[in-house]
Design a protein around this ligand. Structure first.
Ligand SMILES: NC(=O)c1ccc[n+]([C@@H]2O[C@H](COP(=O)([O-])OP(=O)(O)OC[C@H]3O[C@@H](n4cnc5c(N)ncnc54)[C@H](OP(=O)(O)O)[C@@H]3O)[C@@H](O)[C@H]2O)c1
Length: 245
């Protein structure tokens, strides 16, 4: 039996398990299973590996995308720059880390905006934002990083409120915070939504619900919105490709 799985905490309703179980069935992929490994601390990852020697591929989610790095033997080059891992391939007992969020986000953004290169704001500074920022760099899109506690070149949510020129010049806004995710669907990043216009594009990494409060605010202003579903599916397919290369 070829084993695949997901580590994270908590793992309430996992997209990956549903996606891969359905994929194995739909595509008649025999002898494979995908399991959830809900580990309260990253140190427990070693026990998962010991107890499941058949594991060939592991997806990594919150809160371990950065914490898992010391447990790996090698990092893929894009992953080194991003500093976060969401996919591990195990071959000959060697663990290699990859970042398929980067692949999924970049590909889905290219499909959505084509050759248009609006300046961007990236909300949140966690693991997902690092993949987003690297993809923007590689696509030649300028961006500003927005944080609740800015450091270096980052700006604050207060800066957006006090300087309307920022939203006037940055038409692509990427939500890489968890705000708006089910069940707290009313939540949204603290950006001045009264400054949104028909030129704005919200790319929300959140995929449940399919239309977040932030996305609705942009659509109400005449702009366009996209959720994280395509990114999610593209990153899962990228992981499957890596595990089978
Ligand atoms: N669609 C996809 O395929 C896909 C892939 C990856 C992730 N995601 C989603 O993207 C989101 C972020 O993932 P992540 O792994 O980067 O999460 P994370 O490590 O928890 O980081 C999220 C960042 O958001 C900001 N943040 C967190 N809580 C906040 C709050 N209450 N108010 C304002 N800002 C807050 C923080 O930045 P500051 O402290 O700097 O403000 C934090 O670093 C999650 O919802 C995840 O499900 C989707």
């Amino acid at each position: 039996m070829r084993k695949f799985g997901l580590i994270g905490f908590p793992l309430g309703h996992s997209f990956s398990k549903k996606y891969f179980t359905a994929k194995f069935e739909r595509e008649n992929i025999q002898g494979c299973r995908f399991d959830l490994y809900e580990i309260p601390k990253i140190g427990d990852f070693e026990d998962v590996l010991k107890e499941n020697p058949e594991l060939e591929g592991i997806a990594v989610t919150i809160p371990y995308k950065q914490q898992v790095i010391p447990f790996l033997d090698t990092l893929d080059s894009a992953c080194k720059v991003i500093g976060a891992v969401n996919c591990i391939k195990i071959k000959n007992q060697k663990l290699t880390g990859y970042n398929t969020d980067y692949i999924g986000f970049k590909h889905s953004l290219e499909i959505w905006i084509g050759n248009h290169k609006p300046k961007a704001l990236v909300l949140g500074t966690g693991g997902a934002s690092k993949a987003v920022m690297q993809a923007l760099k590689d696509l030649g899109i300028q961006y500003l990083s927005v944080s609740r506690s800015p450091s270096g070149n980052q700006i604050s949510y207060q800066d957006l409120k006090e300087n309307p020129s920022i939203l006037k010049q940055h038409h692509l806004i990427i939500n890489s915070t968890p705000l708006g995710t089910y069940p707290k669907v009313e939540g949204m990043p603290d950006i001045p939504i009264d400054q949104l216009t028909s030129k704005h594009l919200i790319y929300d990494l959140v995929y449940n619900p399919s239309e977040t409060t932030l996305m609705k605010a942009c659509i109400n202003a005449g702009g366009k919105s996209k959720n994280g579903q395509d990114m999610l599916e593209l990153q899962a397919e990228a992981a499957w490709k890596i595990w089978n290369e």
